[in-house]
Design a protein around this ligand. Structure first.
Ligand SMILES: [Zn+2]
Length: 147
């Protein structure tokens, strides 16, 4: 007697579920209609999984990304692709994330200003330009002067 169900999964592999007593099939494969009904029930219960393939969430790394993510979430909620509960969780995370971006940016600027000042207060060494460029390599011309 086989100790796994005789049916095959959608992937073509042998179903690994134990067969029902007196049957070659597991509970799902012995009664496909019931399995389908259970699947529908589960689908209704787990509504936030509906269309999950269509909801692409790229981890945001800039405020611009957060804005795009929230806009997308808004559209997904309206088209019922995304559970509003998940959207409100995203909104909460986005708020914290934006604060973190702010804090990181301020810390980065402060670090740069301090490095600049130490350079000047030191032995009149010419300021190394590498110290004044940030991680993005963009110009710091918009920074207020410390003098
Ligand atoms: Zn089975």
């Amino acid at each position: 007697m086989a100790d796994t169900c005789a049916a095959k999964t959608k992937q073509g592999r042998r179903c690994q579920a134990p067969p029902l007593a007196g049957s070659r099939f597991c509970a799902f494969h012995a009664d496909p209609d019931r399995a389908a009904a259970l699947g529908r029930k589960g689908g209704l219960k787990n509504r936030h999984y509906v269309g999950i393939d269509d909801v692409n969430i790229v981890p945001p790394s800039t405020p611009e990304d957060v804005k795009a993510l929230l806009s997308q979430a808004m559209a997904d909620v309206r088209s019922r692709k995304l559970d509003p509960k998940i959207a409100s969780a995203l909104t909460y995370i986005a708020t914290v994330l934006l604060k973190a971006f702010d804090a990181t940016d301020i810390h980065r600027r402060l670090f740069r200003l301090e490095a600049e000042r130490e350079g000047r207060e030191g032995k009149d060494e010419p300021r190394a330009s590498s110290v004044t460029s940030d991680f993005n390599g963009s110009s710091d011309a918009s920074l207020p002067s410390v003098e």
